[in-house]
Ligand binder design. Structure first.
Ligand SMILES: [Zn+2]
Length: 303
């Protein structure tokens, strides 16, 4: 959605509330008390009432906005900024654009949206041919750790990220040249980086009928147990540009994207930044439709 379209469609708090309600009605309201899904809408209260047990649910309750005091309009502005461009915006830039006094609530809102993007992505698994490798992202250590180290400036360290890319092989019949087309990507922060964690990551993110291409890292030893086939190649410059081409392009683009927008990324929140990058990359052909999809993600509560 462009800025112009946004200002036409959502000029007021009420227009945002009405839109939110219409999206929520389509997705369905579940009663927290009895799990019933039929509700009346009490217009004067602006609340849902369960047809079975009469329990009332506010418009925000059970959604991403549940514990937020931010006006609907500000959530919508944040969504607009986060979906409007390929590149994205930092929380401080969004705060400046919406003229909100305090940084913290804007930051919390933006990170909830990033979390919701990740939850949407978790609904899907990668299929067919999947490239698997790791990327190493620079992050800042937390403040407590910094003061322990008695350093004036934040110390940098790296976090390892499992990067998975689903691609379709293409063959040019004229030249017989083989290439591939990128479909979807997943990026998951690794903590332990051992075989157990790699196996879990594969099981959670890749369909069991897939074929995985990777290098010969020792932690990949069991991958073949969870998919149709696991093809390994010794890691060389050649594999980086052929067999594992898309994971490396995705890693390079994510790093460039983060460097261009964010002042610093704390290790603890790296997954949220990756979520936004991946969510938009996987929806790159939707263009302006990303806003609508994001509004659907918003009516769910991901804790
Ligand atoms: Zn109920």
């Amino acid at each position: 959605m462009t800025l112009l379209e946004f200002s036409k469609k959502f000029p007021t708090e009420k227009s945002c509330r009405l839109h939110f309600k219409s999206v929520r009605d389509k997705q369905g309201v579940v009663c927290k008390k009895c799990n019933h899904t039929d509700h009346y809408w009490l217009q004067y209260k602006e609340q849902y009432q369960c047809k079975q047990c009469k329990f009332r649910t506010t418009l925000r309750s059970g959604t991403i906005m549940e514990s937020s005091n931010m006006p609907f309009k500000k959530w919508y502005i944040a969504m607009m900024f986060m979906s409007a461009t390929k590149k994205g915006f930092s929380s401080s830039e969004i705060q400046r654009q919406m003229k909100h006094k305090r940084y913290e609530p804007v930051w919390a809102m933006v990170h909830k949206l990033r979390k919701a993007m990740g939850k949407r992505e978790d609904l899907y698994k990668l299929n067919d041919i999947v490239e698997f490798d790791e990327g190493h992202f620079e992050v800042e250590t937390s403040k407590e750790k910094r003061s322990n180290l008695k350093r004036g400036k934040g110390s940098q360290r790296q976090k390892d990220v499992a990067v998975m890319a689903e691609s379709t092989p293409l063959e040019n019949p004229k030249t017989n040249k083989k290439s591939s087309h990128l479909r979807y990507v997943k990026m998951k922060v690794l903590e332990a980086k051992d075989a157990d964690e790699i196996n879990k990551t594969v099981r959670e993110n890749i369909d069991e009928k897939s074929i995985i291409l990777s290098d010969k890292a020792t932690s990949y030893i069991d991958i073949a147990r969870y998919v149709e086939a696991h093809i390994t190649e010794k890691s060389t410059k050649e594999t980086t540009s052929t067999t594992l081409k898309w994971v490396h392009i995705a890693i390079a683009n994510a790093k460039r994207n983060f460097l261009g927008i964010y002042h610093k990324i704390k290790g603890k929140y790296l997954q949220n930044y990756l979520n936004e990058f991946v969510y938009k990359l996987n929806r790159r052909y939707f263009k302006e439709g990303i806003f609508d999809r994001l509004s659907v993600a918003m009516v769910c509560n991901y804790g």
